[in-house]
Each structure stands twice: as C-alpha cells, then as structure tokens.
Design a protein around this ligand. Sequence first.
Ligand code: UFG
Length: 326
Amino acid sequence: MHILVCGGAGYIGSHMARWLALRDIRVTVLDDLSTGHRSFVQWGDLIEADIRDPVALDRVFAAQRFDAVMHFCARSLVGESVADPYSYYASNVGGTLNLLQAMRTHDVARLVFSSTAAVFGHPQADRIDEDHPQKPINPYGASKLMVERILADAASAYGLRSVALRYFNAAGAAPDGTIGEAHDPETHLVPNAIKAALGTGPALTLFGDDYPTPDGTCIRDYVHVDDLAQAHLLALDYLDANPGAHAFNLGNGQGFSVREVIAAVAQVAGRAVPHSVAPRRPGDPAVLVASSDRARARLGWRPEYTKLAPILETALRWHFSQDDKQ
Ligand code: UFG
C-alpha cells in the first residue's frame, strides 16, 4: 500500500508518517514547508508542492500511484483566520478542492481528512458528539466544515470514500523523541507551558481566569498525537467496508483546565511554570470536551494515553531533545 500524506512535514502529519512506516506502509509526503519542517520528514520521500497549485498536484498524481490520501495540510490558527479569512479559504477549501479533483482524475478514491472541534462552534453540551450542531464561529472552523460538506457531496456524486476526523486538542510527541510539536509562532498551551518551565520560552500568558469553570480557566480535551495517528489507520481500514463520507470526534472525553495543565507540566518537568494571567483570548470557548463513543464503537479506537501526565512526558522528552541540539 502507498499513502500520500499531505502535510506530512507538520506536527500531526509527521507522526502519521512515522506510524505508517512502522506498519510497513509506503509513505510519500507532500508539503510546501510553509509551516512544516524538512527535518520531520524521516519516513518516505518529500514532494515540495503547494495544494493551491492544481498543475503541481496533477503532476504528483500522474507520476505515481497512491492507494489513499491522508490530508493534514491546513492553516489552523483561529485568530489568524479571523484576521485573514481569504488565505484560510484559499488553502483549506480551495487547496482541498484541488486535491480532491486530482484524486478523482487519477482514480484515488479513499481519503482521511483532518477536521477539528472548531466545526462545532460554541458547545451546547458537556461532551460534544457527532450529532452536536455545527455552527463554527470563525473562518478556520467554517473552512473545515465546508470541506466536510464537499466530502459528503463527493461521496454521492463520485463515490469518494472519506473519513473526517475532528481532533480536539492534539498534544504530546513521538515517545522516542524524534519529532514533536513545533509551531512558529507557538500559540498552543502545552508547548508554551513546557518552554516556560524549561526557560526556553517566555513566561506563559494564561488567557483568562474568569470563565464559568471550577477554577475559572478554560477546559480542553487533550489527546495524544499517536492516538490520533492510530485513529487514521483504523479509518483507512473502515473505508474498505464502508462507502460514503464519515466523521468522528477524537478526544479523551476528559477535560483539563489551563491551571491543571500548568500544574501537570510543573510536576512532570520538576520545575515551576512561570506565568501571569491576562484577559481572555478572543474566540476561546470555556469548555471543549469530546464524546468519542462513535469512534470507539465503529472504528474500534482505543486511545493509549488516557491521562495527562504521560502525554506531557512525551512532549517534554521532545523539548529536552531540542535543547540537546542547541
Ligand atoms: N492558552 C493560554 N496560554 C497560551 C496558549 C493557550 O492560556 O499561551 C489557553 C487558551 O486560551 C485555551 C487553552 O489554553 O483556553 C488551550 O489553547 P490552545 O491554543 O492550546 O488550543 P485551542 O483549544 O485554542 O485550540 C484547539 C485546536 C484548534 C481548534 C480549537 C477550537 O488546537 O485547532 O481548539 O476552539 F480550532
């Protein structure tokens, strides 16, 4: 089997490429390296191409045969999407449409697509399942929801088989320290808290402690990046027996507040996390926790990392390995 991993130089895509290789599945990575890292492409060839370029995509699919595509390329910062929506729709919707058209032209009929909790907007339930209303509150979430709708239409019109996996808060790193989470600028809580603890980044800014939650800080559902990769492998198998367009929510079903994450990072790092409280960050819902019952029942997904500390330990190990390189 040969899988094209679009966005395979990025955080989640690179962990996916590692898992495909561990399963002896041939990987080719397509990435424009705008946010991904050449050094993360350690499993399979790298094709440098931009999904906004249909001619380049056609060349890629004409040159070799893929059995399926896993599509991780995206602009994925909520705030940036509000400030620059055109670039989000161009990459996340236009780019994906180019990819789907190339797949159709070249007869590749299976796709696993990276979607997000942001397709739901403000949560109307304690745990968000697949039946939760989809009312995104920012262009990032809207762009991913548009693709989910395109995938449903493509299933009816062209017989494309697809699974959209809606990640909640991806965290952690490959346990062997080879790859991890590295964005520039880094906006995510876990890497920012770790860098603050290690002194490799500034003190953490805690955005808002006046939310209607027990300690006043936002609650999120952290899921290990390797568990997300496992779900993709299961999704690929699922498509063998299940035509159509499917979607699953992926989280641990357990929420941790920002203060709990800070305390857990301090514990696993053995160092305090210097931080100060600032006003709320626009667009942050108070609580976002998944119900992944459907992924468990239909895909047979069993996340290995159900507690926060082991997730943070893998992230910390990777940050330490970066320190060693400096
Ligand atoms: N936070 C801080 N300080 C930081 C970074 C984050 O206090 O330096 C807080 C945020 O305000 C939020 C929580 O930590 O309350 C988690 O923030 P992240 O940026 O780590 O993650 P988000 O929950 O904002 O993002 C996730 C996914 C997005 C998705 C979004 C939906 O990463 O892809 O949920 O709301 F769009």
